[in-house]
Design a protein around this ligand. Structure first.
Ligand SMILES: Cc1cc2nc3c(=O)[nH]c(=O)nc-3n(C[C@H](O)[C@H](O)[C@H](O)COP(=O)(O)OP(=O)(O)OC[C@H]3O[C@@H](n4cnc5c(N)ncnc54)[C@H](O)[C@@H]3O)c2cc1C
Length: 322
């Protein structure tokens, strides 16, 4: 059994599903499972962390933690880790986790396995698997040095456990030392999109160069809105100015692992596959039957996307309406 600390992530008063995946995996393996919850006015979220597998929630509330900064968050987390000496520290491989965990690992002077897609507990040790060479191979990583074993895990890689409202976590109010911080975020200006970010969505509908214009992405947005999906894009679409870079999926964009990835008019270049090949189910719509995307697709439609996407939208709408 390992003593596992999970860094809880939340935004706008809601915990991220990816945090529940980590708690669930640890709890299911019979570990002593803790969560670290930082922010301002967030203590109420401890209940939900308990329902999802945390036995103990370590809470630090402070105005300096209202908005995420790697400096303040890593400083407080390291204080908690040094005090409680866990065997394992896990965070989600979200934009925040990617920024935070290297700082935490460096401050702890230990290694970090990032962007893991598999996680196994063996006593107090973990073994993780992470894609390398743009997803062409997978490396199995074990930790040899002493000190907490740290990993970030790709969202949707482990699956969300069933919450149990009978599970109640004990809450420990921790204190942090905020003296001498050099950075402070005073405000966050949000983008206008109401759609989820590609890294967090369960479904991603992506378009490529073949969309031909930014306006044509409207058909993908309509399909995405019916499915509650995010809209992604290939680099060719982003370079052509059809979508902002934040939507780019791939080696030089974001890595996604949704339950369903619908690639519309995307050829399937290796750099694009590096960002989406671990998706649970891949649907490809492409006119070219020899397009490489079909080699990774679970379902393929050889057809004109401008005919297929609106038809799909209509069918999903009918299903939803009934
Ligand atoms: C260092 C480096 C990093 C890179 N990083 C990334 C990255 O992060 N993400 C990324 O995506 N790419 C990346 N690329 C670029 C990558 O190599 C490809 O050029 C790019 O992915 C191609 O985008 P695409 O599939 O949209 O366009 P194309 O390769 O032009 O493919 C368009 C596809 O649409 C199909 N098509 C055309 N019209 C229709 C239609 N009406 N209906 C259905 N299908 C149609 C065609 O058959 C074709 O397969 C990178 C390249 C390099 C060198």
């Amino acid at each position: 059994m390992a003593k596992v600390f999970v860094i809880a992530e939340h935004r706008d008063g809601r915990l991220k599903k990816a945090t529940f995946e980590l708690l669930g995996a640890s709890a299911a393996a019979g570990n002593e499972t803790h969560a670290i919850l930082l922010g301002e006015g967030v203590a109420g979220l401890a209940t939900e962390l308990g329902h999802n597998g945390a036995q103990t929630v370590h809470v630090v509330e402070n105005a300096a933690l209202k908005f995420y900064t790697s400096e303040a968050y890593s400083k407080v987390i390291v204080e908690i880790l040094k005090k409680h000496t866990p065997d394992v520290v896990l965070a989600s491989h979200t934009p925040t986790g990617r920024d935070l965990m290297p700082c935490v690992a460096a401050r702890m002077n230990v290694g970090l396995a990032s962007d893991c897609t598999q996680l196994a507990f063996e006593g107090a040790k973990i073994k993780v698997r992470r894609p390398v060479y743009s997803g062409k191979a997978t490396a199995e990583v074990e930790f040899l040095a002493s000190g907490p074993q740290m990993a970030t895990v790709r969202p949707n890689a482990l699956g969300v456990p069933k919450a149990d409202s009978a599970r109640i976590a004990s809450v420990v109010a921790e204190t942090g030392n905020f003296a001498g911080l050099l950075t402070q975020v005073t405000d966050v200006v949000k983008g206008s999109s109401a759609r989820p970010d590609v890294t967090e969505a369960s479904i991603v509908v992506s378009g490529g160069r073949s969309m031909k214009s930014a306006e044509n992405f409207k058909i993908l947005e309509e399909l995405a809105d019916i499915l509650g999906a995010a809209v992604g894009a290939s680099r060719a679409a982003v370079d052509s100015g059809y979508r902002p870079h934040r939507d780019q999926v791939g080696q030089t964009g974001k890595v996604v692992s949704p339950l369903l990835y619908i690639a519309c008019g995307i050829s399937g270049a290796i750099q694009h596959l590096a960002g989406m090949r671990t998706s649970k189910t891949i649907v490809a719509i492409n006119q070219d039957p020899d397009a490489p995307i079909f080699q990774v697709a679970d379902y393929g439609v050889v057809a004109d996307l401008f005919a297929v996407v609106p038809a799909l939208k209509d069918e999903f709408k009918k299903l939803k309406d009934h």
